[in-house]
Design a protein around this ligand. Structure first.
Ligand code: ASP
Length: 477
């Protein structure tokens, strides 16, 4: 995953993203229903979406046919890429975690890594919400939206908001923990239940350390080879990443309500400023205090994952790339990355938690509610839990926001006000979520001596894959 043919992957993805934003903006501002009408399409919605509207639009011109083809091709490329990523997510975790866990020679190491991981995840999430609350209390984004605008949004998006409110369900802590143990590991794999997959793989990896070495080596060699296979598959899927990122972004930006963005600009800026503070102030301080790793090196290595998280708004879909970046580009050992990252993609959502904090205060301000210190502490607690319960897929952070609002009695209808800008903020917060997962992974890895130096990474990347020096330790050669 590098720069064999010219530009490095992260630059290609960035170019795809910038072009996607530019083309999406152009379509957003210049192409509307009247553009389709002028091409003989009377019913644009059914025409664009499929064959059912073809008859109704019998007068469509050749250009309209062409435009629809391009739009469908664009959607196809984006979906194909997302499928590719989902295809890889479960196998990459299983293979690399079994190999990683089987190379741990004592179980106390595993519990140490687990303790550090969960501890740092919780602390960074609580810091993220506090940063969000601080910004929202100082800047008061709610004061920049008039009552009429608020009520207009409630009328416009009320129905959609009600659907989200109904979907929200507070997680039960006992059930959540119990649910980590799958009743049937194959079912866990088929359903893609990440925490269950992590649990089952860990168990197999640990059991491998407890059986006869000659037998274990056969199994570990198999999974080790499969890990290499799946990394190759990631590289193949990543070949279309720049185009797919373009396709995904064009689609989103073309649909974005830019006028809504205008009236909620201050709210959006507060969320983005908070996320930027996490990425450029809090995480670097974390590195200084705990890691000893250069933040520049870290940021460069994980940038493909950050860009993909932004484009897909899904930390789960980004997971294979996050693992690739941490293992191959940063040189973190599988025993740490294959454990820390899938858990992070499922439960660690710093960006989501920050967003929930800002959104709660913003909506309270819109309704003239004063939040006491006790209310704000309740928000820290519930947003930490809500972000843990948020699945790493688009839009769920907003559904879990309901639980945060309910905990301090903030009117739920306020969700309708922020619904129109949720996707763009989702993209930003997902990027922060993934950065947070990688940060914890890197910090835990450096504290365990499980990360290569930049020179070791460079030397390894220059070798063919089957000469990976890390194989030696795994297979006990
Ligand atoms: N889309 C976010 C993620 O995948 C979750 C959310 O905040 O909606 O990390």
């Amino acid at each position: 995953m590098g720069s064999q043919n010219g530009l490095a992957l992260h630059w290609k993805i960035l170019i795809g993203l910038v072009l996607g934003v530019a083309v999406g903006l152009a379509i957003n501002t210049m192409w509307d229903a009247s553009t389709w009408n002028s091409m003989g399409v009377g019913d644009p919605a059914s025409w664009v979406d499929g064959a059912s509207g073809v008859e109704a639009n019998a007068d469509a011109s050749v250009v309209a046919h062409g435009a629809r083809f391009v739009r469908n091709l664009n959607g196809f490329i984006g979906d194909l890429f997302m499928r590719g990523l989902r295809f890889i997510a479960v196998p990459i975790v299983i293979f690399s975690l079994i190999v990683g866990a089987s190379s741990l020679n004592d179980l106390s190491k595993l519990s140490r890594i687990g303790g550090k991981t969960i501890g740092i995840y919780l602390v960074t999430t609580a810091i993220a919400i506090s940063v969000g609350l601080l910004f929202a209390n100082i800047i008061k984004p709610g004061n920049f939206v008039s009552e009429e605008t608020r009520d207009g949004f409630v009328a416009q998006f009320g129905d959609q908001a009600s659907a989200k409110i109904e979907a929200a369900q507070a997680p039960d802590i006992w059930d959540t923990v119990l649910n980590i143990v799958p009743k049937n590991p194959f079912n866990a794999i088929a359903q893609g239940n990440m925490l269950q997959v992590v649990f089952a793989s860990l168990l197999v990896g640990i059991a491998l350390t407890l059986i006869k070495r000659e037998k274990a080596v056969v199994v570990i060699s198999f999974f080790d080879a499969m890990t290499d296979v799946i990394i190759k598959v990631v590289e193949i899927v990543l070949m279309i990443a720049p185009y797919a990122v373009f396709a995904l972004i064009v689609d989103q930006i073309a649909e974005l309500g830019l006028d809504i963005l205008g009236s909620l600009a201050v709210y959006c800026l507060v969320v983005v400023a908070g996320l930027a503070t996490m990425a450029f102030v809090v995480y670097p301080i974390g590195f200084k205090l705990l890691g000893g790793l250069s933040y520049g090196r870290f940021f460069k290595a994980i940038s493909p994952a950050q860009l993909l998280a932004f484009s897909s708004a899904s930390s789960s879909a980004t997971l294979p790339v996050t693992m690739e970046c941490c293992e191959q580009r940063l040189g973190i050992k599988e025993e740490v990355s294959a454990f820390v990252l899938p858990i992070g993609a499922t439960i660690n959502m710093d960006g989501t938690a920050l967003y929930q904090g800002v959104a709660a205060v913003f909506i309270a301000q819109l309704y003239g509610m004063d939040l006491t210190i006790a209310d704000q502490l309740t928000i820290v607690l519930t947003a930490t839990l809500a972000s843990i319960g948020t699945a790493g897929v688009p839009g769920v952070g907003m559904i879990m926001l309901v639980i945060v609002l309910e905990s301090v009695g903030i009117p739920l209808e306020g969700i309708a006000v922020i619904l129109g800008v949720d996707r763009i903020l989702d993209m930003c917060r997902t990027s922060c979520n993934v950065t947070g997962d990688c940060m914890v992974c890197a910090v835990v890895a450096s504290s365990e001596g499980a990360i290569e130096t930049p020179e070791q990474v460079a030397a390894r990347l220059a070798l063919p894959m089957d000469e990976d020096p890390r194989d030696e330790g795994r297979l006990g050669k």
